[in-house]
Design a binder for this molecule. Structure first.
Ligand code: SF4
Length: 722
């Protein structure tokens, strides 16, 4: 008799949400994704998944999948259009704008959720073919300050640690991060480490008493934005208590004298006033950090999303350098990456100041190296615009066409009304996404459907520099296609149209021949091979890595040099840093207040952040009903002292200088008196009046250009409806 066999197959992949980068096994029958389970062999999660990861299969056959290219009018009318016609139209509009206004009049705004291959191709399209460096990504909202902080202090953009350091540390200093919600599987590791090692001390510094703070041995509820003062104050105590490592400072660093002088003024008494913290808490945190044999700092948006984000990161790294807490197991500054492939995007140069292999646009040698690799005559030498200035340039009419891929800036950028004005002013807007509609798609002229997780091959790099391969389990629905294929075919079509319309080519070769040559990618592996070559001799050298190694040996950390048998777990183990002197740099920023201080009209401090079960602007998690069970709507968390006129469950009107939001009130003693919290996820589709970024301001860190999402001055009152 016939034996029934389960048709279920399992395909290796990685969760497309946070930067933890958990391995996932996709369960499917070859046609449909039916379930998921954690990959027990993946070193990021060893089989575990959080609520978001466990429901991934429910996000693919969702009603809001984008299935066909759509031509839109600005009144909301939509018409299905053939792929060739869609790309032809996009190419014709881009070509006309390039002809009439030059290549700097077009821009791309992409996402840390694109794969490494997608990022590589769109970056080459903008910089190598068109000649516009206006390509930025929503990673600007996420890790930009961590990057500039690492570069300023340690000489390169890279996380020196690995997840195993969580288990090896005996002091965890978690500042400006809530991994219990934003990186739940990292948090499970922290909880396990604590359970196994009762001597592990956990310090949490955060204005909100978060779920992460609930497991802290020491909790520092500092005033929003005062982190630099706290970190300088801790260093002041370390020096006073002689808990610094003089040998390490002498052998491996520079700039100590200036820093020492700077932190002299940051006495516990002064820091107590600046941070609104008891002096003994500041001292105790410093002593725990300084006495630990291995101290690991974990941080995320609480430091990064600030008008002084770079200063906060360098001040934190100072603590590690001053105590020699770096380059050995359990010790170091470890940024928790927000998105699944923010790091991969930077590896391939998908930012306005970068080129592949962590090269800088402004460096003539770097430009020459990539010109040679790509076979183009010259690359534009000036960095393009970062996210917020880019949308301002669109509003001013300087950038006339923008291609938005895999992100929803109407909900996620600060000062939402400005973004709306920009998209209304743009002559041509392309929105490429796996989901439709989104709030941004309302302003699109053309919608292009992208393949999603499980429907295509991809490479991503997680928080610990680990590159994983996501295999394809099923075909994409409808006419959805991988993002890199869309960019490749657009590039070739654009080349043809530029030739047909007689636009002079910048080199002897015609546009179309150049586009065919530059984008001769039959598959995603051909893109990987070209990218890999771009890393030769660079800090992130992966010339020893291949897709076969990733398949056979599993995910690997970079660097992974030619001839090596594995990647490198930790960086700077030899105390040599990639700076001109080989030494790490102490930086000595002064503490500066937030960009928009509270005043009589706007007397409360608003911070924004994530919910446990939601992701970004709900394009994907909004498809899963179960993920609304934890929190169903944007709740305004407010300390009961500030809520005298706002009963629990009532509706509040929150106003800033930029806009107004209506949200239901939740009394929360986790909030500091005088501070409010709103989740950042909800756009007009899910909460018509609850978009937190209607309130936030476009103040930027001067170096990283990352916006200050973690502080805006607001007022709150009962919502009164006529
Ligand atoms: Fe996905 Fe992050 Fe959850 Fe892991 S921790 S399953 S990567 S959302």
């Amino acid at each position: 008799s016939a034996v029934w066999q389960s048709p279920l197959q399992e395909t290796k992949s990685v969760c497309p949400y946070c930067g933890t980068g958990c391995g996932v096994l996709i369960q499917h029958d070859g046609r449909k994704i039916l379930g998921v389970r954690g990959d027990p062999k993946h070193p990021a999660n060893f089989g575990r998944l959080c609520t978001k990861g466990r429901t991934l299969h429910q996000t693919v056959q969702a009603p809001d999948r984008a299935l066909q290219p759509l031509l839109r009018d600005r009144q909301g009318g939509e018409q299905v259009i053939h792929w060739d016609a869609a790309l032809g139209l996009a190419a014709e509009r881009f070509a006309r704008i390039i002809r009439e206004h030059g290549p700097q009049a077009v821009a791309f705004y992409v996402s840390g959720q694109l794969s490494t291959e997608d990022y590589y191709v769109v970056n080459k399209l903008a910089k190598g073919l068109i000649g516009s460096n206006h390509i930025d990504t929503n990673s600007r909202l996420c890790m930009a300050s961590a990057v500039t902080g690492y570069k300023a202090s340690l000489g390169m953009d890279s996380v020196p640690n690995c997840y195993e350091d969580i288990e090896a540390a005996n002091c965890l200093f978690i500042i400006g991060a809530n991994p219990a919600y934003a990186h739940p599987i990292v948090f499970r590791r922290i909880e396990d480490a604590k359970a196994r090692n009762p001597d592990l001390k956990i310090i949490v510094a955060d204005p909100r008493r978060t779920a992460t703070a609930s497991i802290a041995d020491l909790y520092l509820p500092l005033r929003p934005g005062s982190d630099v003062a706290l970190l300088h104050g801790m260093l002041h105590v370390l020096i006073w208590e002689e808990l610094i490592d003089r040998d390490y400072i002498a052998a491996h660093t520079e700039g100590w004298a200036e820093l020492k002088q700077r932190v002299q003024a940051y006495t516990p008494q002064r820091v107590s006033e600046l941070c609104d913290l008891p002096e003994d808490l500041i001292r105790e945190a410093a002593l725990e950090f300084g006495r630990a044999h291995a101290a690991l700092s974990l941080w995320c948006q609480g430091l990064n999303q600030s008008s002084h984000g770079t200063d906060k990161i360098t001040a934190l790294i100072n603590l590690h350098l001053a105590t020699g807490q770096i380059g050995r197991p359990g010790a170091g500054p470890f940024s928790l990456t927000g998105q699944p492939n923010a790091m991969g995007g930077r590896e391939v140069g998908g930012m306005p100041n970068l080129l592949p292999g962590h090269r800088e646009i402004i460096n003539p040698e770097h430009r020459a190296e990539i010109s040679r690799l790509w076979g183009v005559e010259a690359l534009h030498p000036e960095p393009g615009l970062t996210a917020v200035p880019l949308f301002k340039a669109i509003e001013r009419g300087e950038i006339k066409a923008v291609w938005i891929a895999c992100t929803n800036p109407v909900v996620s950028l600060p000062d939402q009304q400005q973004v709306v004005r920009a998209l209304q002013a743009a002559e041509f807007v392309v929105v490429q996404d796996a989901y439709h509609p989104t709030e941004t798609a309302e302003f699109a002229d053309l919608i292009l459907p992208a393949a999603s997780w499980g429907e295509r091959e991809a490479l991503v790099t997680n928080s610990e520099r680990r590159i994983s391969r996501l295999a394809q389990a099923v075909s994409a629905p409808g006419q959805a296609r991988p993002d890199w294929e869309i960019f490749r075919d657009f590039a070739r079509t654009l080349g043809e149209i530029l030739d047909m319309t007689g636009h002079p080519s910048p080199q002897t070769e015609s546009w179309s021949s150049r586009a065919r040559r530059l984008f001769d990618y039959p598959d995603s592996e051909s893109i990987f091979k070209e990218f890999r070559e771009s890393t030769r001799g660079r800090d992130l050298d992966i010339t020893g890595l291949s897709l076969a190694i990733l398949d056979e040996q599993g995910p690997q950390q970079w660097p992974f040099h030619e001839g090596a048998t594995g990647g490198r777990q930790r960086l700077y183990t030899d105390g040599i840093f990639p700076t001109p002197s080989g030494r790490a740099r102490f930086l000595a920023p002064a503490y500066a207040p937030v960009a928009e201080e509270i005043d009589a009209r706007y007397p409360l401090r608003l911070t924004t952040g994530r919910l446990r079960d939601q992701w970004h602007t709900l394009s994907r998690t909004g498809q899963v009903a179960g993920l609304f069970q934890h929190v169903a709507e944007p709740l305004l968390e407010i300390h009961p002292e500030d809520a005298k006129a706002l009963p629990e469950g009532s509706l509040a009107r929150i106003s800033s200088r930029r806009g107004t939001v209506i949200a239901r009130v939740r009394h929360a003693r986790a909030q500091l008196p005088g501070t409010l919290f709103l989740p950042m996820h909800f756009g007009s589709r899910f909460a018509p009046q609850g978009m937190a970024n209607a309130l936030t301001l476009p103040a930027l860190d001067p170096v990283s250009k990352q916006p200050e999402f973690k502080h805006a001055a607001v007022r709150v009152e009962p919502a009164v409806f006529a």
